[in-house]
Design a protein around this ligand. Structure first.
Ligand code: ATP
Length: 350
């Protein structure tokens, strides 16, 4: 089911938590809402679910305007971070719950409900555990029961709010892989909220990056990592360094000196800008007469196959730290001077 959100605004006591948000989610997509705390991810998810009413704007499921429909009418599956399984019910009864509370005419027979619950248990790979109670399950197993329960009502859309937030790193990783496979098998349109960029990049077909109640960028993992369209997205996703520069007739200067970086088509030709690059996207410059950025090593640390050097490129009066990757055999003792040039970079006008 396609989900389309148009010009959504949500105010809480006149404070806008979402400003004019529009988003088209295609049927069968796995979408991540990614952003820092307070950026409006949960608010957007709750509006799609019908748990909150928009101040302005509309929500469409396929051709149908669902803006004024109740949660039940929207037929949405929901999983929250603190998986609220019913403690006094077995796994099978938890999963069947949504079906047993259906109005009389729509309620499947008992045998049918049992059949569906066991099918779902198989789908989340928990067959054999139907008689257990939630406190007899691991965190990851509970989370999968919560997903099966959300799926039982055959929702048109599955909404997951930080579904793996409360779990330890190893279980999170396993469940991530499992959710991706599960999604590929079942093909439900799924929207999940996370503030973990790795989770978003690894799992989602498209990532919606949010900041301060607005969508900053929507794109594939490659789009948001390799082609960030704003300083916020560049610095929020992955490691990055930023340097204030001035551009004079296409040549990029840091504190008056050329640094060996030229603007390209589409970049601003003159004026103040910020140069962004990733630590691994630099090359060391050995020719002392070639233009480059230059800094002193403040500290460095070894990663598996390389070294990360923290350089001060500003000097004592106005220090400016950037981190770059250097080969293991490069001279990078503290205090050493290193000259380098970004190979891949992006310039944003100030
Ligand atoms: P987190 O990652 O911390 O869950 P989030 O990106 O999901 O954050 P939201 O929970 O959507 O952010 O909140 C967005 C903004 O709206 C925040 O400033 C929050 O304080 C505010 N807000 C959310 N719900 C309410 C509410 N019920 N009443 C008042 N303000 C709210």
């Amino acid at each position: 089911m396609d989900v389309s959100v148009k010009n959504l605004r949500k105010e809480f006591d006149r404070y806008p938590a979402l400003h004019d948000v529009s988003l088209d989610i295609r049927s069968g997509e796995l979408i991540a809402l990614l952003g820092p705390s307070g950026s409006g991810k949960t608010t957007l998810l709750r509006l799609i679910a019908g748990l909150e009413q928009p101040t302005l704007g509309s929500i469409h499921f396929g051709d149908e305007d669902a803006s004024h429909k109740t949660v039940q009418e929207r037929n949405i599956g929901f999983v929250f971070q603190h998986y609220a399984l019913f403690r006094h019910m077995t796994v099978a009864d938890n999963i069947a719950f949504g079906l047993t509370v259906r109005p009389r005419g729509e309620r499947p027979s008992k045998a049918e409900i049992r059949r569906r619950a066991s099918e779902l248990l198989e789908m989340v790979q928990l067959s054999g555990l139907e008689k257990r109670y939630p406190n007899q399950l691991s965190g990851g197993q509970r989370q999968r029961v919560a997903l099966a329960r959300a799926m039982a009502i055959e929702p048109r859309v599955l909404l997951l709010d930080e579904p793996f937030g409360a779990l330890d790193a190893k279980v999170r990783k396993e469940l991530r892989r499992w959710l991706r496979e599960f999604h590929d098998r079942t093909g439900h349109t799924t929207v999940f909220v996370t503030h973990d960029q790795e989770e978003a990049l690894e799992l989602a077909d498209r990532v919606v990056v949010m900041s301060q109640g607005k969508i900053e960028q929507v794109g594939s993992s490659d789009d948001v990592y390799d082609r960030p369209n704003s300083p916020f997205v560049f610095s929020f996703i992955g490691d990055s360094a930023s340097v204030p520069v001035s551009i004079v007739n296409g040549s990029v200067r840091f504190r008056g000196n050329e640094i060996g970086v030229a603007t390209r088509q589409g970049d601003i030709a003159s004026g103040e800008a910020t140069l962004f690059f990733r630590p691994q996207d630099v090359t060391l410059v050995t020719d002392p007469s070639a233009p480059a950025l230059e800094g002193r090593v403040v500290t460095s640390r070894r990663l598996a196959g390389t070294r990360i050097a923290d350089l001060d490129i500003g000097g004592a009066d106005e220090p400016l730290h950037v981190e770059i990757e250097v080969p293991l055999d490069a001279q990078a003792a503290n205090g050493t001077s290193i000259r380098f040039r970004p190979l891949r970079f992006k310039l944003f006008a100030k």
